[in-house]
Ligand binder design. Structure first.
Ligand code: NAD
Length: 484
């Protein structure tokens, strides 16, 4: 049982103004995991005021980059030391398998803080340029006070994707984690306090949609960095548009795993299930949920997918053998089950799954499911289900038809192309309108930009591009400067 009843505002622990609290239950056992403060408008106002003060009066925005980097490295060290604790909390809060959370050593957000600390030290915050008017200086200044709004499905990592580059740029931040998984974010607050981050530079105020909207509308906010659903992203973009606030949006997806005629079925299936329908219990924005296969290879692919799915271990996320846990909430299971019904009604063939796993009566579990012989215009192929549902769509024709089908989506976040010929795979991948694509693999690399084409978002996180999104450019000309 974790008690985090205070917000982190201005470097202090502050009780929620209206006494609000969020009660978190495990989606696997339904037992109480903990309680967190719940932000109302007054808490958001206080957090923005603290961040505004820390930005306008400094010194964080003009602290030398190497000193900012030193604080960030201390934050990374603090969180790394608590890696196991953090992974266990995330497992309890959102039901992700512990095996998934501890992959790669379970370092969590620490490598991102270290990466952006390194980048800050070499970033050209001030660069001379020969202009038409004479010598100039191009300054890259922090964009200001950032509202960081995050979802529950990778909460601490996604928060770090915003906080680490924003700190590196010299911004101050008000973070509003999602109410489904608010507790882990307080580790970042603890890290900030332990590392000596100046008061007000990072403020953490978990809360719901109304708190989020109040934050977006707040006149003290200069930039909104949002990750979540496309529906919420549209609303946030509209508000930011009215007020000309900078905004970046990391939204939903319906990514395609495209099998070309010469591809090996094993390489497709070994990627398209763990990084598709089973990725984070089926709740991953970039999951490969549309599997496009040549019609003459359809049955072979479906057989291989079914046998792979049979090998998944669905159950207690705390068990190191488990590969798939529950969905986040009852309403999410209802939503997924609605799609399972729609898949059947619209004529797809249920190859495996489609119900609730036997013997798991507690918790929001759904069977990993594969629909076969689907078409790209079915609802299950068009809309983001956010559950463990893969949709196999046969196509006729060659690579052009496969590419056209991959592009026949309002989304464009992830994707993969499978072929025995790397050049052929690269040619197809280069024509698919999506932000990240793998050849005979899929991955998200924190050193490379990640984000969406089309309704999957605007802007990029990760890599230097992630830092650039927290920058404003300023050109400085100097009449007094001697002629070059
Ligand atoms: P959501 O949009 O319901 O909520 C996300 C966050 O926004 C939460 O903190 C929520 O409280 C807040 N929010 C919701 N409506 C708001 C509004 N009108 N104004 C301000 N804040 C608002 O999404 P979710 O259910 O928490 O997360 C799942 C979605 O997130 C999926 O669509 C998934 O694809 C997407 N996602 C995208 C990425 C990415 O990098 N592209 C990563 C993870 C999740």
């Amino acid at each position: 049982m974790r008690e985090r009843r205070d917000h982190f505002i201005g470097g202090d622990w502050v009780a929620a103004a209206a006494g609000g609290e969020i009660v978190v239950h495990s989606p696997a056992t339904l037992e109480l995991v903990g309680r967190s403060a719940d932000a109302g408008p007054a808490d958001i106002d206080a957090a923005v005021a603290a961040a505004r003060q820390a930005f306008d009066a400094g010194p964080w925005p003009w602290t030398p980059a190497r000193e900012r980097a030193a604080v960030m490295r201390r934050m990374a060290a603090y969180m790394r030391e608590r890696g196991d604790e953090i992974a266990e909390l995330l497992c309890d809060e959102m039901g992700s398998p512990i095996s998934f959370l501890k992959r790669g050593g379970g370092d969590g957000p620490s490598p991102l803080f270290e990466y952006y600390a390194d980048l800050a030290e070499t970033w050209p915050f001030e660069a001379p340029r020969q202009g038409a008017l004479g010598p100039a200086v191009v300054r890259q200044e922090p964009v200001g006070v950032v509202a960081a709004i995050t979802p529950w499905n990778g909460p601490l990592f996604i928060l770090a994707l915003k906080v680490a580059p924003a700190l590196a740029a010299g911004c101050t931040i008000v973070a509003k984690p999602a109410p489904e998984a608010p507790l882990d974010a307080f580790y970042m607050a603890d890290a900030a306090a332990a590392a000596g981050l100046p008061p007000g530079v990072l403020n953490i105020v978990p809360g719901g949609r109304e708190a989020g909207e109040h934050l977006v509308r707040h006149p003290g906010i200069d930039k909104v960095s949002f990750t979540g659903s496309t529906a919420a992203g549209r609303k946030i973009a509209a508000i930011c548009g009215e007020e000309l606030k900078r905004c970046s949006l990391e939204l939903g997806g319906k990514s395609a795993a495209v099998m070309l005629q010469d591809a090996a079925v094993e390489s497709l299936v070994q990627c398209a299930i763990p990084l598709g329908l089973a990725f984070n219990n089926g709740q991953a924005c970039a999951a490969l949920t549309r599997v496009l296969v040549p019609r003459n290879r359809h049955d072979e692919v479906v057989d291989a997918m079914v046998s792979f799915v049979k090998g998944l271990k669905v159950g207690d996320p705390r068990d190191p053998e488990t590969t798939m846990g529950p969905l986040i909430a009852e309403r999410q299971r209802e939503r997924v089950e609605r799609y399972l019904g729609l898949g059947r009604e619209e004529g797809a063939t249920l190859a495996i799954g489609g119900g609730r796993p036997k013997g798991l009566d507690k918790g929001w579990y759904v069977e990993p499911t594969v629909f076969a012989e689907a078409s790209n215009d079915m609802t299950i192929a068009r809309e983001e289900i956010f559950g463990p549902v893969g949709v196999v769509i046969p196509y006729d024709g060659g690579d052009d038809e496969a590419v056209a089908l991959a592009n026949a989506s309002t989304y464009g976040l992830g994707g993969a192309v499978f072929s025995a010929d790397p050049d052929r795979a690269y040619r197809a991948a280069s024509r698919i309108r999506t932000g990240t694509i793998g050849l005979n693999m899929f991955g998200v690399d924190p050193y490379c930009p990640f984000g969406g084409f089309k309704s999957s978002g605007i802007g990029r996180e990760m890599g230097p591009e992630g830092l650039a999104s927290f920058i404003e450019y300023k050109s400085v000309f100097n009449r007094a400067r001697p002629e070059a």
